[in-house]
Write a protein that binds this ligand. Structure first.
Ligand SMILES: *Cc1c(COP(=O)(O)O)cnc(C)c1O
Length: 429
């Protein structure tokens, strides 16, 4: 597999873009390698500038649930673009998008479009603070909610303490109202509610954690959170930027039957265009400007080309709910296959996931939270990742990311991948 063109581009990129990339994980830093520069994508495949083809298990980190460059979506985007790229004024597509989201996700009574998941979370938190008149937010160790100041809080054993920023450039003051609890540990949440009685505006969670690998909520964890929030007058925010329209058309909240007060979306609702959204209870959303006193705005929010892409993808999903059944079957095939291989070679692996989200953790421990996720052997992951990449299988270049499946993947392709994965262990013996 040649990669001279990618290498040359990376050398040029590093001179003019920090780290050579516009988002950190693209740099392949955690696998001590250099990124492949992608030229085009079609269906389940990526093609790089050196004309290598890869079966893609990243799906642009979530948006491409129908696979890449789907005809319907491409046509919708071209049609919208022919009418102009942005008007800075209200459009019909925005109304249709809001109506569609409200009809597909029962907890969403009103919704505001933004340009990224980060923006959606930042705005939902502001809304929760405005609504409750409280400042503190509980998040969970290992959950990612975008890169806004208040959400960049050290994930770890900070249960009893205020937040410590995870990044330079974030003032302590921006993070001190962010409290960290442990995923799947209701007691850690209860304790924070007790310690900060009457101060907690909201609990924010990825209902299926997909940014520390994939960690599923235990039975009753999400309902327990719902009860705690209701009891203490705090809002429950589901960050469904990954799970929204992926676990099912109604997201994780429908899948697990738990109703949050606010939700955030991104990725799939933009179909690859830069889109986010936040929404939920009408009495909270009516506080957003211009109808209320919580300010939030965006020059390009609800952009007509982005709305066309997102609407096209959501409408397709709504009309083809069998996509979710297919993804469930493919996901089970992938997870079972990986588990069988691990058993056959006594490999130190734990496989997690649901539907089209999976993770192969290189640890023997059951993974239920950030602490247990971190027991994974990242050196072994790196060896495995590079082995698979060299054979044309493109996974996220980090142990702590999801394996994404799309409607464009076939069971033959999954089996081919499993074959290559098995060879990795045969080769190590
Ligand atoms: C990707 C992601 C975000 C941030 O979205 P961006 O569009 O990258 O800003 C927020 N929350 C979750 C759960 C995500 O996976």
């Amino acid at each position: 597999m040649t990669r001279s063109e990618s290498e040359e581009l990376f050398t040029r990129a590093k001179k003019v873009i920090p780290g050579g990339v516009n988002s950190p994980v693209r740099a392949f830093g955690s696998v001590h390698s250099a990124p492949r520069f992608i030229e085009r994508a079609e269906g389940a495949y990526l093609y790089d500038v050196d004309q290598n083809r890869y079966l893609d298990f990243v799906g642009s980190w979530g948006p491409m649930i129908l696979g890449h460059n789907r005809e319907e979506i491409r046509q919708a985007v071209i049609e919208a673009a022919q009418k102009g790229l942005s008007f800075g004024a209200a459009t019909k597509a925005e109304v249709e998008m809001a109506e569609l989201i409200c009809s597909l996700v029962p907890s969403i009574e009103m919704v505001r479009m933004v340009n990224s998941g980060t923006e959606a979370v930042m705005s939902a938190i502001r809304a929760a603070r405005g609504f409750t008149g409280r400042n503190k937010i509980i998040k969970f160790a290992g959950c990612y909610h975008g890169h806004s100041d208040a959400m960049l809080v050290k994930a770890g054993s900070g249960v009893m303490t205020s937040g410590v920023p995870d990044s330079a450039g974030v003032p302590i003051g921006c993070a001190e109202d962010t409290l960290t609890a442990e995923y799947n540990d209701l007691f850690s949440v209860e304790r924070l509610f007790f310690q900060h009685s009457g101060e907690i505006a909201a609990v924010i969670i990825e209902p299926v954690a997909a940014n520390m690998g994939v960690v599923l909520p235990k039975d009753d964890f999400l309902t327990g959170l719902r009860d705690l929030c209701t009891k203490h007058g705090a809002l429950l925010i589901f960050d469904e930027v990954i799970t929204g329209f992926r676990l099912g058309i109604g997201g994780a909240q429908e899948y697990y039957g738990v109703t949050p007060d606010l939700s955030t979306f991104g990725k799939i609702i933009g179909a690859g265009m830069p889109v986010g959204a936040y929404g939920g209870r009408k009495d909270v959303m009516e506080l957003i400007s211009p109808s209320g006193k919580v300010y939030q705005a965006g020059t390009l929010s609800g952009n007509p080309v982005a709305m066309a892409a997102g609407l096209s993808q959501l409408r397709f999903l709504k009309a083809h709910l069998e996509v979710y059944d297919k993804l469930e079957v493919l996901g089970d095939r992938l997870r079972n296959g990986l588990r069988e291989i691990a058993a056959r070679y006594d490999a130190p692996c734990t496989v997690t996931g649901v539907g089209s989200l999976s993770c192969l953790f290189f640890t023997r421990q059951e993974v239920v939270d950030y602490q247990t996720a971190k027991t994974a052997d990242t050196q072994l992951f790196q060896d495995y990742f590079l082995w698979m990449l060299e054979r044309g299988y493109y996974f996220a270049p980090s142990q702590f990311e999801a394996i994404f499946l799309s409607d464009a993947h076939t069971k033959e392709e999954i089996d081919g991948m499993l074959h290559a994965a098995e060879a990795f262990w045969t080769n190590r013996k």
